[in-house]
Write a protein of this length. Structure first.
Length: 95
């Protein structure tokens, strides 16, 4: 049922966003399940995915480092400094 809802939602989207903040611990579907479904969609344009989570589990950190769709792993809370770092990483410009 979750996969059907996910596919139905994505079928109405012509283009994926350039950036996704994804939490590991979400209701109904966790971040890893979301990535699995997104990978299975065969998107021609892959968004930058930042795992933004409260998890400090070494297993989650390692899994995110090994996942080809995850750009970076950021622990909550999201601060202005962390947001600036993401901006710098995306734009390639450090101010």
């Amino acid at each position: 049922m979750v996969k059907a809802a996910f596919d139905s939602y994505l079928s109405g989207i012509d283009e994926l966003p350039e950036l996704i903040f994804l939490d590991i611990n979400m209701p109904i579907m966790n971040g890893w399940e979301f990535l699995e479904l997104l990978t299975g969609r065969g998107a021609n344009k892959t968004p930058k995915i930042y795992m933004l989570t409260s998890s400090i589990s070494p297993d989650d950190i390692k899994k995110s480092e090994d996942h080809p769709m995850v750009t970076n792993y950021i622990t909550k809370p999201l601060s202005l400094a962390k947001l600036q770092s993401i901006k710098d990483e995306i734009t390639g410009i450090k101010i």
